[in-house]
Design a protein around this ligand. Structure first.
Ligand SMILES: Cc1cc2nc3c(=O)[nH]c(=O)nc-3n(C[C@H](O)[C@H](O)[C@H](O)COP(=O)(O)OP(=O)(O)OC[C@H]3O[C@@H](n4cnc5c(N)ncnc54)[C@H](O)[C@@H]3O)c2cc1C
Length: 245
């Protein structure tokens, strides 16, 4: 049975950071990944993938701001081109992840890891002995107890949209909703048709209280900012209806 000092579960940012650091210290390190596309959320469906949308949105917004003040033509842009660039970038991540792990003498083991005991992991159909295990298994989207939840899409789906809907409601006023809502308002959604639904007394709860106010000043974004419990609204195909409270 193969023996390691450390097996890391998950090839996301957390798992890779731990694996590279431990390998650099001379430990025998393996890393397990059950996804067919190793690399984790940040690179494939999060921080890095969204940068293509962010950069275009920022350039468009700045150009519009300077229209008639040095910029002579309104900027033109293509959602499809952003998607093409993003996909070209993310397509290289899985192979790049595996080759950089191997380049640092980290054993890459595809398959779902499960504990057999404290020092034995079964990955796929094979058992491996290890002194330590680092669990860096990430998170998956939660399910919301909302009527019609099956009509919703997730941030993963948003980043793959082939065209941008003109009307969007984002459920949850966290930073991802805010970023995506700003992409949508500046890259195609018509003003007044992009909404964020927030259940708490203010969005962006974990940030300074002045940040939501500043963002509100900055953009033509509509917030539906109600203390709503999930059973107070329902989703049917393409529509959200609020129940009277
Ligand atoms: C749209 C979006 C934008 C974001 N923007 C930012 C940002 O700008 N800045 C920022 O700091 N953060 C951002 N984040 C958050 C950031 O992406 C995550 O915090 C980070 O990716 C989490 O990394 P992780 O390594 O913990 O988990 P993950 O990247 O989820 O990696 C976990 C891996 O473990 C694997 N795995 C799970 N269970 C097993 C198992 N049993 N066996 C084998 N493998 C398993 C999974 O397949 C996955 O590949 C964003 C997230 C999203 C969704």
């Amino acid at each position: 049975m193969a023996q390691f000092d450390i097996i890391v579960i998950g090839t996301g940012t957390a798992g890779q950071t731990a694996a590279f650091d431990m390998a650099a210290e001379g430990y025998r390190v393996a890393i397990a990944e059950n996804s067919e596309t190793p690399g984790g959320v940040c690179a494939l469906r999060g921080c890095q993938a969204k940068k293509w949308f962010y950069e275009t949105m920022e350039t468009v917004a700045r150009s519009r701001h300077l229209l008639g003040k040095g910029i002579t033509e309104p900027p033109r842009f293509s959602w499809q081109q952003i998607q093409t660039q993003k996909s070209a970038f993310t397509a290289k991540i899985p192979e790049g992840t595996i080759s950089s792990l191997k380049g640092s003498d980290i054993t890459y083991i595809p398959g779902q890891a499960r504990f057999i005991d404290a020092q034995t992991l079964r990955i796929g159909a094979t058992d491996y002995k290890t002194r330590y295990v680092i669990i860096a298994a990430g998170a998956i989207p939660g399910t919301l107890p909302i009527d019609g939840a099956q009509h919703m899409i997730t941030s993963d789906d948003f980043l793959d949209l082939t065209s941008l809907p003109r009307r969007i409601a984002f459920i949850g006023g966290g930073f991802i909703s805010f970023e995506f809502a700003h992409f949508a308002t500046r890259l195609g959604g018509s003003s007044g048709n992009i909404h964020i639904l927030e259940a708490n007394d203010r969005p962006l709860q974990k940030m300074n209280p002045d940040i939501p106010f500043t963002l509100h000043q900055a953009g033509p974004l509509q917030w539906i900012w109600l203390s709503m419990e999930p059973d107070e609204f329902q989703i049917s195909n393409h529509f959200i209806s609020m129940r009277p409270v």
